[in-house]
Design a protein. Sequence first.
Length: 99
Amino acid sequence: MLLRHLHFLKLVFLHSLTAFGGPQAHLAMMMKTFVKKTPYVTEQELMEYNAFCQLLPGASSTQTLTLIGYKRGGPVLAALTLLIWILPACTIMCGLSFL
């Protein structure tokens, strides 16, 4: 099951490495990556997901990306999407904490 979502997870990882600048920049990059290049969601769906996640407390970019994973492959893919999204930032911060 996860093999068919491997391309999506690879895009999430690349997005997590290059996404800087806050929620507005993340949304533009999600639009480019997940709507224009690979049609995992439509533009209207992405805007609705983002609007819904703005209502919830917490990081809206993380929630939006996790919701795309959930809608695409269920709770397992959503959890993997979240882990892959936070992996680079956590690795860098943990590495810097030892310096």
